[in-house]
Design a protein around this ligand. Sequence first.
Ligand code: ZN
Length: 371
Amino acid sequence: MLPRSPLHLVLTALLISMSGACTSLYKGPEFVERVDRIDQDQLEEIIVALENIGPRATADSAATKRTATWIRGQLEGYGYTVIEEEFDAPTGARTPVVLVRKKDSGPDGETLEIPLGSRSSKELESEGWKTSGSYLKPVTVKALNLFAEIPGSELADEVIEVNAHYDTVSGSPGASDNSSGVAIVLEMARVLAGGAPSRTIRFCFFAAEESGLDGSRAHVERILQPDTPEVVALINLDSVGFYSEEPDSQKAPVRIPLVTWLPSTGNFIAVIGTFSTGWLGNIFEASADAYVPQLKYYSANRIGGFFKDALRSDHAPYWDAGIPALFLTDTANFRSKTYHRPEDTSEKMNFLFVSRVAQAATATVLELSTL
Ligand SMILES: [Zn+2]
């Protein structure tokens, strides 16, 4: 919901400016050492390897499978056991079907969906069916979310999730959107392997984001089931590879004095949260300051929920479910001219920027995972 009055805007701005003053971190030497292991070359290698796999839209189940197999191989190479979550994702296509119902049966009687034109009405009638209607049915494919976990040593039932979607739109190799995010989550999994966090850390690789956040929706549905460990925070990395020092390289969906004023140079990571879970953004920002002071960020850590453009990625189903979630992004089409195009390729990425975002995100996950 958008703010409705100037007074509301000023009050919001005051509350935002008061937030985040007292975030304290642990920052033990073992955390610093893990964060320092993030390797820029490794991040680049992952982004190039995914580019070589090529576009992987949800409808292309062979490409999805190739990508999932590759991610699984990486995680297993780091010593993890990979957990899968299969779900039906819409391809965007629709197919005409006819609904038939057993003759003389009531509204709860037996029904059958058959492809339009596949059976004659005479044939159906002779078998006791009558046509009840026809419609366009969404075509679905099996899609796969992948997970790896480090179990918590003290609070195993409190889970910190960090995710990136690994699908692309059709025809785009998706270097920034979202191989950059996948590279960060994989690299984080590599450098944190073998650690003993207090809370469980779960690395998530969602499918079918571009088709409508279907992978994250399927997962949120699962984690809301009874007797499921509680997800206490999610960090979502989506499109985090673009960086520019050129003046006017950063556009904004909206600029409101005192509330949101994105800088006009695209040399920062946007930190997007909701009003009630701004503490999560505070931890990211404090971690960036403490571990990676070279990383510039723009804080929208309490106001994201007010803007439609801030709902366009996998954290949105978490917000809907009331699970604290933070969105980290280079702002995609507000900075990049190759968004969702065949030109979204690795040579346009800024790997130093990707590596700084990876360090700040890793530090955040470590800080969240400790008591
Ligand atoms: Zn994306």
